[in-house]
Design a protein around this ligand. Structure first.
Ligand SMILES: Cc1cc2nc3c(=O)[nH]c(=O)nc-3n(C[C@H](O)[C@H](O)[C@H](O)COP(=O)(O)OP(=O)(O)OC[C@H]3O[C@@H](n4cnc5c(N)ncnc54)[C@H](O)[C@@H]3O)c2cc1C
Length: 322
């Protein structure tokens, strides 16, 4: 890419937030450049998290659902149709205080940025923390999930395992009792980290049982999950637990490391926004899971991507008026 080129809008990320922003910005004739991330980077996923799943049944407009990757390929094509330029690259460094904003691709120590932009939309999403097991990755979307709101419905009348011991693990477990016959929470300690109120709800729910002091050492199954192998951390004894679904609920991490020390974020690293999608730096907007630790859905990410594009367009108009 030509060094020193100044764009009106650069969008970081090609999940539902980034691509929706690109569709809106493209139609507003801002000729957005989207850096979609690099497949070789462990933290990136061109197309975003939905590339890691199979059926998506809750994205409006698809009566019978749609495959996650199919939805993202369509969104990408739609953004390109309106003039978005999409590069399979990751931003390696960003300086949001320089005017125009500076973005590096490749060597972050390079003295000059790769490009400059008047506005920046951050749609770098988040990652679910995983156990790191080979079969967990292989069976993601085939019984392994990280999102009860997204996938609970597929487990009606089934046996479910939830891994974790914090508030979000209990929230997932309680939600899953609406669908599953049984929900077993596997937790590596004897006490939960979750709040007292969530613990009380879980302890009194008759569908929930606990496997204390235990870690999941393998996910079992050929084409679909059939169970997990569990090790007792005190005795070292291994046993198998039958299950149709395994929900890994050990946390999420927003992909916002690039902005540490530059943009306001909460303790967990989620970007703070106000008045729509504005960050604390004029011209820099944030949308999707990078700033949302509550809803974390494709449709909310897409909605906030739309808001970010409209906010960026209005900001650019205000620059030309003044
Ligand atoms: C297995 C699974 C199943 C799910 N199922 C559903 C479902 O059924 N329904 C639903 O509504 N939601 C579902 N979700 C949640 C949904 O996928 C997310 O809420 C949504 O993808 C968030 O969109 P986003 O655009 O904010 O970020 P993401 O989808 O996380 O995309 C982030 C993007 O940023 C890019 N990126 C990161 N860092 C950089 C960088 N430095 N430079 C350039 N690019 C960068 C990545 O490559 C990626 O393209 C699921 C999630 C998972 C993991």
């Amino acid at each position: 890419m030509e060094s020193g080129a100044t764009r009106d809008l650069v969008i970081l990320g090609s999940g539902p937030a980034g691509l929706t922003a690109a569709i809106y910005a493209g139609r507003a004739e801002l000729h957005p450049l989207v850096l979609e991330g690099e497949p070789s980077s462990s933290s990136d996923q061109p197309g975003g998290q939905l590339m890691l799943t199979t059926d998506v049944e809750n994205f409006p407009g698809f009566t019978h659902g749609v495959l996650g990757p199919e939805l993202m390929v369509s969104m990408r094509a739609q953004a390109e149709r309106f003039g978005a330029e999409i590069l399979t690259e990751r931003a390696s460094r960003v300086d949001v205080d320089s005017v125009p904003i500076a973005v590096w691709i490749g060597d972050p120590a390079a003295p000059e940025p790769t490009l400059r932009t008047r506005t920046l939309i951050i749609a770098t999403g988040a990652r679910s923390l995983m156990l790191g097991l080979e079969n967990e990755a292989r069976l993601l979307g085939y019984g392994v999930s990280t999102c009860a709101t997204c996938d609970g419905f597929f487990f009606r009348g089934k046996q479910i395992v939830v891994v974790g011991g914090g508030d979000s693990a209990l929230e997932e477990a309680l939600f899953l009792t609406k669908f599953g016959d049984s929900v077993t929470i596997v937790h590596r300690r004897k006490e939960l980290r979750a709040s007292k109120i969530m613990q009380d709800r879980a302890f009194t729910n008759e569908k929930i049982t606990f496997r204390w002091d235990s870690v999941v050492t393998d996910v079992l199954g050929g084409d679909r999950v059939t169970g997990v192998r569990v090790r007792d951390v005190n005795t070292g004894e291994e046993s198998e637990l039958a299950a149709d679904g395994v929900f890994v609920a050990i946390g999420h991490a927003p992909s916002t490391e690039l902005f540490a020390g530059q943009l306001e974020m909460d303790k967990a690293g989620y970007l703070l926004t106000r008045e729509g999608t504005r960050t604390n730096v004029p011209g820099v907007f944030a949308c999707g899971d990078a700033q949302d630790h509550i809803y974390r859905q494709a449709v909310t990410a897409a909605g906030s991507g739309c808001m970010a594009a409209i906010d960026a367009e209005r900001y650019l108009s205000s620059l030309t008026e003044s």
